[in-house]
Design a protein around this ligand. Structure first.
Ligand SMILES: [Mn+2]
Length: 392
């Protein structure tokens, strides 16, 4: 008998699907949130027959259960943990732990891709094109590689996952993978997924108008409330407000925070770690403890949302040698322009003492310190006209 304890997201459920394809009725699968895993491990250690083989994927136990699992392994064997989270790398010290973030070819892994390899190399599962394609979609979604590759099918698979219940999704996928040569969506699903993508886009546009900015510790965070589509929200807001180090997505009802960054200089698994959570460098989560509630909710409740840069300008453009015009909520105007190989800022026509090596550095300073946004063309033209008049 096998028992699989896995995460309750697409990558975690991908593992359950593979386990059921491999072991059929001989495997019991339980999906968990990060916090419920330890209860399940304790239940297993106390109640399951010792000959049951335990597989844990996409999640890691706390220290106490790490020790208990090791004791169980020393006595009975029969434990395998597979994970790809950076914060679980210490589990490689155990014979039963296998944590790999990036494979030998430099490709990011996912729990589903690690389990697939494990099942195939131990000859529990025969590889097929359909299963390999499914595993690769899950991997690309989980590692966010789909975006770079513009692999929208991977994104759609995750959307479909959240449109139906976990049981339905599992059943649908097992049947499809067992019976088709290639992995694909049917016509009805394709129509549904198109509608869903539009809905996600509208949701994200709303979140772009709700986000506030605050300095939390050494970083500038964007803070937004959202219950759904965390990765999409984090990624789009991160790009829209690239001057922020990371985006904190608050789910007050669930008492959870997700952290996302698009930058290499920030490790959000460390940010999550300060509140008892963990995860990856670019995507992590923690529960919302009192300290986090104070910093992210109470201390920011009075703040006004950020305003996005004007998008359809023809004249007031970024990195323009004529300068780019910004405004803040106090109606101050800022002109960012190059001069003698440096970038300088004029605030209401008065030059600031700081200079910048690039446009991006100047804009980052402007946005972090003044929450200014690129204004629309009409205001820019008006500004230039006044400039000309002033000189006459
Ligand atoms: Mn994963």
């Amino acid at each position: 008998m096998y028992k699989l304890l896995s995460h309750n997201d697409l990558d975690g459920v991908g593992c359950g699907i593979l386990a059921k394809l491999a072991f059929g009725k001989d495997v019991k699968v339980r999906y968990n949130s990060i916090s419920s895993l330890n209860r399940e491990i304790e239940f297993f250690l106390e109640n399951d027959p010792p000959e049951t083989c335990l597989i844990i994927t996409d999640l890691s136990p706390n220290e106490q259960n790490e020790r208990r699992l090791n004791e169980h392994f020393t006595e009975h064997g029969n434990i395998q943990l597979l994970d790809h989270h950076k914060t679980a790398l210490h589990l490689n010290d155990y014979e039963w732990g296998y944590v790999l973030v990036e494979d030998a070819g430099g490709k990011l892994t996912s729990a589903t891709s690690l389990l697939y390899e494990y099942l195939v190399s131990n000859q529990y599962l025969k590889p097929t094109d359909a299963i390999s394609e499914f595993v690769e979609l899950v991997r690309q979604y989980d590692t966010w590689e789909w975006e770079k590759n513009e692999n929208h099918k991977a994104h759609s698979l995750n959307s479909l996952f959240y449109l139906v219940s976990i049981d339905e999704f599992e059943e649908m996928m097992i049947e499809r993978l067992a019976s088709s040569d290639h992995f694909d969506f049917d016509e009805f699903e394709k129509r549904l997924l198109n509608m869903e993508e539009d809905k996600i886009e509208r949701y994200i546009n709303r979140k772009k108008r709700e986000i506030v900015q605050a300095q939390v510790g050494k970083f500038f965070a964007g803070i937004v409330y959202a219950e759904s589509y965390h990765s999409e929200v984090g990624n789009e807001l991160g790009k829209e407000y690239a001057h922020l180090d990371y985006i904190a997505i608050l789910n007050v009802g669930g008492k959870r925070i997700s952290y996302r960054t698009i930058h290499d200089h920030v490790d959000v698994s460390e940010v999550a770690g300060t509140y008892g959570g963990g995860g990856h460098q670019k995507a992590s989560g923690s529960s919302m403890n009192e300290e986090a509630f104070k910093q992210f909710v109470l201390d920011t409740f009075h703040l006004e949302p950020l305003q996005a840069d004007a998008k359809r300008n023809r004249y007031n453009l970024k990195e323009s040698t004529f300068g780019s015009l910004y405004r803040n909520r106090g109606d101050d105007l800022f002109l960012l322009y190059p001069e003698n190989g440096k970038w300088v800022i004029e605030q209401n026509k008065k030059t600031l003492s700081e200079t910048f090596i690039s446009f991006a550095e100047g804009e980052k300073y402007l946005k972090r310190n003044y929450e200014a946004w690129l204004v629309k063309d009409d205001l820019f033209v008006e500004y230039l006209m006044n400039e000309v008049k002033g000189k006459e």
